[in-house]
Design a protein around this ligand. Sequence first.
Ligand SMILES: CC(C)(COP(=O)(O)OP(=O)(O)OC[C@H]1O[C@@H](n2cnc3c(N)ncnc32)[C@H](O)[C@@H]1OP(=O)(O)O)[C@@H](O)C(=O)NCCC(=O)NCCS
Length: 185
Amino acid sequence: MTSGPEPVEIRWGTILLRPWAAADDDAVLAAATDPDIARWNGSAVRTREDAADWIARRADWSQGDHVSLAVVDAMDGVLVGSVSLHQIDRDQGDAEIGYWTMPAARDRGVASGAVTAMCRWAFLQLPIDRIELLHAVENPASARVAARAGFTQEGRLRQSYRYGDGRKHDELLWSLLRGDLPIGS
Ligand SMILES: CC(C)(COP(=O)(O)OP(=O)(O)OC[C@H]1O[C@@H](n2cnc3c(N)ncnc32)[C@H](O)[C@@H]1OP(=O)(O)O)[C@@H](O)C(=O)NCCC(=O)NCCS
């Protein structure tokens, strides 16, 4: 039987990555109304009940296929974003990373910090050696996150994913290998 890792908190500079909690429902609902998050992360959250379901799925790591964390300001605990390692494949030793940042917290290094922290933790704690990151070609901010987190761009996938606008978009594929990071430094 597959089982997931124990819940974890990861401090990275001014942010803290911690498990999702039921009390995050208002913030999750607010995030889902942001047009950029709705477009590029494609959330089905419309109501407080949807937000509670969304949180419950992300707080349950028991299947071992994902590790999802809320990103909060380490000083005041305010929710600033989300980062998730999903499609964890223990046979292939790989996973995919996804993220969003609340509009008020953008351009402060939240997403690139959260991605860096999550990847470093994952390479130390999970049996994976490759993490993939994909984003629509029309999302240059996400490309900056990938580059800042040390990922290497591998190529362009044509019409590869249907985003929240209902259209299929070309995507850029990036990867980070365990050997790319100076783990332990
Ligand atoms: C993409 C997103 C996660 C970035 O979050 P963030 O916390 O602001 O990211 P960071 O502060 O770590 O880095 C932002 C980078 O994007 C750049 N950026 C922001 N808006 C940009 C734009 N319209 N075009 C190009 N670059 C842009 C910033 O300048 C910065 O790069 P730099 O530090 O090299 O100058 C955030 O904008 C977001 O949540 N967008 C909506 C949802 C989304 O796109 N999710 C990702 C799906 S793959």
